[in-house]
Design a protein around this ligand. Structure first.
Ligand code: GLU
Length: 466
């Protein structure tokens, strides 16, 4: 970077619902970029569309940012709160003749467009030469875009892009009710907030040329731009609900860790050689806008899952249990108390190695927190046939007299009983034992689990089913 100014990026979502993962990725890239240069990332809610405004959506955006552990600088800015300032800039442009009052009605404008072959409105000079508005009480304020020449943007991701000024229409700055348009508000806010780098989705690339007209008309320095390509679903169409989960909230619900999500979203559209596992610290060191891919990235659920498995394995166990607390409650109606947490900790390595999601982690460890009678899932129930119960009776008898109740001795006993009563098939005993002790068919080593539960609890759980 040659710029010596402090880097200021911004994250300006419109509050329309849950945070889309594409929006989350935009936030992440702005965050890494700002943090890398010791700059700031500002958070602005683009809430000027009052008809569709929802406080719930604002809360959802904030919660998703917090969950992703992406922090921002200063207070959250409401774009709507700045509307007078936006109108003031429109007035300044009217004063300098760089904007004009358009008295044509919507119907007249539609007719003029039709006259001109369809979609584009002629610029001011031509309009005023060839048409006369029928009314003169209400008006919109439109920018006076340059007639001739072209504009070139050096985008950090898309490269050098040129647009002919003839392509630009005199777009609206203030609606007839005096409210500012997105095009005006975003430029005024970005300028007032000192934004140096606009990093956003490439659906805004065309807007860049319009926004630059406003910067130029005000004599303001333009920011630098980086337009990120869309995120596609595995089938190549725009990532949406149809593909499964498209919002940050849904991934949280499915048991992904925020650091796995950050790593995955970082790699989705940015690369550093063949590196897949990239910590925040490493990302900060390596992140360059030039490393962003120009082509759209496809969402790959398997990759996300394998990253999640990696981060679950690495996570601090206490933190993991804290994060999982609401999941235990939601899925199993239990909250592991101190004793259950201690038991979970006793086989934490195995639980962490097995789990691809927090849901799996919870489902495979909730039995420690359950009390009698242990609720059985369907598959566990299927295991408990009459034949299995007969075998479990023998197991219970043997457990009573085992001199030491360790995984090793438990395993040896089961092996012996299997030899004597089940043609040596350990599975005939192992699965029913797991069902009886855990209420599930998926768990860490059942011998180790039994040792952790201890003899009395194992006997109680066995007696409850036989
Ligand atoms: N509010 C816009 C959006 O959510 C962002 C516009 C921008 O980044 O300039 O798409």
């Amino acid at each position: 970077m040659t710029n010596t100014k402090q880097v200021v990026t911004r994250f300006p979502p419109s509050p329309t619902g849950m945070m889309h993962i594409g929006t989350a990725r935009t936030a992440l890239f702005n965050w890494h970029f700002a943090r890398k240069f010791g700059g700031k990332m500002l958070f602005r809610i683009e809430d000027t569309d009052r008809a569709r405004h929802s406080e719930e959506a604002v809360t959802a955006l904030i919660n998703s940012m917090k969950w992703l552990e992406l922090d921002w600088d200063g207070d959250i800015v409401s774009q709507y709160a700045n509307k007078d300032r936006h109108a003031e800039v429109a007035q300044a442009l009217l004063n300098t003749g760089k904007a004009w009052k358009c008295y044509f009605t919507q119907e007249e404008l539609d007719a003029i467009r039709k006259d001109n072959g369809g979609f584009k409105l002629p610029k001011r000079a031509e309009l005023e030469k060839n048409y006369t508005p029928s009314q003169n009480d209400t008006f919109t304020v439109r920018i006076d875009t340059p007639q001739a020449g072209s504009d070139t943007v050096h985008d950090h991701v898309q490269g050098t892009i040129t647009m002919q000024n003839s392509e630009l229409d005199d777009f609206v700055l203030l609606r007839s009710n005096g409210s500012p348009t997105y095009m005006l508000s975003v430029v005024v806010d970005d300028y007032d907030m000192g934004v140096t780098h606009v990093i956003r989705g490439d659906d805004h690339l065309n807007n860049t040329f319009r926004q630059n007209v406003i910067y130029d008309a005000m004599g303001w320095e333009r920011p630098e731009y980086a337009h990120l390509p869309l995120i596609l679903g595995p089938d190549g169409s725009k990532m949406s609900k149809r593909h499964g989960a498209a919002s940050v909230e849904e991934y949280r619900e499915m048991g992904y860790l925020p650091e796995a999500m950050r790593n995955y979203l970082l790699r989705l559209g940015w690369s550093h050689g063949d590196d897949e596992i990239i910590s925040d610290a490493q990302a900060r060191e390596w992140f360059e806008l030039s490393g962003c891919n120009k082509a759209a990235a496809r969402f790959d659920f398997d990759k996300l899952e394998s990253l999640n498995a990696h981060y679950i394995k690495q996570a601090n166990p206490e933190r993991l249990l804290d994060i999982c607390e609401p999941i235990y409650q939601k899925r199993h109606g239990v909250t592991p108390d101190f004793a259950a947490r201690t038991q979970i900790m006793a086989c934490i390595d195995e639980l962490q190695s097995r789990a691809k999601t927090l849901i799996q982690f919870v489902d495979e460890s909730a039995f420690f927190a359950k009390s009698l009678p242990i609720k059985m899932d369907e598959k566990a129930q299927e295991q408990l046939t009459d034949e299995a119960k007969t075998l479990l009776k023998i197991v219970a008898e043997a457990f009573k007299t085992l001199p030491d109740f360790t995984a090793q001795s438990i395993q040896a006993t089961i092996k012996e009983i299997a030899k004597e009563h089940a043609n040596g098939k350990m599975g005939k005993l192992g699965m029913p034992l797991r069902a009886a002790l855990t209420g599930t068919t998926q768990s860490p080593s059942i011998f180790h689990a039994a040792e952790i539960l201890e003899r009395d609890e194992c006997l109680a759980r066995l007696n409850a089913v036989i």
